[in-house]
Design a protein around this ligand. Structure first.
Ligand code: ATP
Ligand code: MG
Ligand code: MG
Length: 370
């Protein structure tokens, strides 16, 4: 039996992968309708720090997580009883931008210039050099939530108040030319592999499309892979780690934006375009097996399907826009309530080139709304 903290779509795709590989799965998630519960052998419907539920998880042969905002201490405690990956320490780093950025720099990699702002008095003359910037809460942000753009010290103070004066990072706006991400699979220093970098496009702060292979020079892609691998090694990471990077300036330098201690939305194409998906890799690694082949089999583009494409009257999207294309794959997460901005599923289109895949994915996506 394998255990997972969280039963959202990532937990759901993990559970499906584990089941096909012959494992049974226990999911801990307080939501009775958690997507992963559809496939799980056991659904512990309880809070993430519920001692009884954690005791049940501790009986699993191995435990992992599908999101970073779990109680890192609970993961450390679980590790007294069973194999836990990634470690609570790694999750603690990924869930706090302040720790995360200092780790990235410790690994010798670049981040956007930033200042830690923990109290009002931290805002002063020094802050000016990070303007225009983005004030990001240190914890709990995702899909661009918890971020306010600021141009002046006054706006910065206001933004800090709007965030409730919780610890924040003020990040200088960088000259963004593109965004990529690398999903790394690591068992140990000798068993580590990275998927090809994905080229990511966001809409309203939410990932919209991932194109693979990224349309960047081979040298840049290799550099991205080595940076992600370097970070995973620095963290002595076990499991699947996603590293988001920015391509900046005329030189196209790579800097690290943030990491996620789990499979990543930009890695969903691996289900259809690689021999082993990022979720199968997560299963392998948590059980102590080396990563499987990460090579891309075909160029592809993943498009997220948000609640936005349901009809204004709640009508179902036009699924034939995807299914009519024999090279397109539809994945729906089984969420019953479609809401604007909510991730309901994704589609992946395979094609001969990344350009064509991107074009076809955009076409299918634009025809979804009834
Ligand atoms: P996620 O859902 O990926 O966890 P998040 O809420 O943690 O998102 P970030 O990844 O930090 O947010 O930022 C969201 C997006 O905002 C980035 O993908 C990028 O497009 C833009 N962005 C963030 N930081 C900067 C920056 N310093 N300069 C320019 N653009 C930025
Ligand atoms: Mg984030
Ligand atoms: Mg991000």
């Amino acid at each position: 039996m394998l255990g997972i903290l969280g039963g959202g779509q990532l937990g759901s795709m993990f559970t499906m992968a584990a089941k096909t590989m012959g494992y049974r799965v226990t999911v801990l998630d307080p939501d009775p309708n958690a997507p992963a519960a559809r496939f799980a052998d056991q659904h512990l419907c309880a809070k993430f720090d519920d001692p009884k539920a954690l005791a049940e998880l501790a009986k699993c042969a191995a435990v992992t997580t599908e999101f970073e905002n779990v109680n890192a201490q609970a993961m450390r405690d679980l590790a007294q009883h069973t194999r836990v990956s990634p470690s609570g320490d790694c999750v603690a780093i990924a869930q706090n931008r302040i720790l995360e950025k200092s780790w990235i720099r410790k690994a010798g990699l670049q981040t956007a210039p930033y200042q830690v702002i923990e109290k009002m008095a931290d805002i002063g003359a020094e802050s000016s050099q990070y303007l225009s910037g983005i004030l990001k809460t240190a914890t709990l942000g995702y899909d661009g939530k918890g971020q306010i753009r600021v141009n002046t010290l006054d706006e910065l103070r206001q933004a800090f108040v709007s965030h409730g004066e919780v610890p924040c990072v003020l990040e200088k706006m960088v000259d963004l030319r593109g965004e990529i991400s690398v999903v790394v699979c690591r068992l140990n220093a000798d068993a580590i592999a990275a998927f090809d970098p994905a080229e990511n496009f966001h809409e309203n702060g939410i990932l919209a499309y991932s194109v693979v292979p990224a349309r960047l020079p081979e040298s840049v892609q290799n550099q991205a892979r080595s940076m992600a691998i370097c970070l995973a090694n620095e963290l002595d990471y076990v499991g699947v780690l996603a590293v988001e990077m920015f391509v900046v300036g005329d030189a196209g330098d790579l800097i690290v934006n943030e990491i996620a201690p789990r499979p990543h939305n930009s890695g969903h194409h691996t289900i259809d375009a690689c021999l082993a998906s990022q979720f199968q890799q997560q299963v392998r690694l948590m059980c102590g097996f080396a990563p499987a082949d990460t090579r891309l089999q075909q160029a592809c583009c993943m498009a997220n399907i948000l609640g936005d494409v349901w009809g204004d009257d709640g009508g179902e999207p036009n699924w034939s826009a995807v299914l009519d294309n024999p090279q397109a794959h539809l994945h729906l997460y089984g969420k019953t309530q479609a809401r604007v901005g909510r991730k309901m599923g994704h589609l992946t289109v395979l094609a001969d080139t990344a350009d064509v895949a991107y074009l076809l994915a955009k076409q299918s996506h634009s025809q979804l709304k009834p």
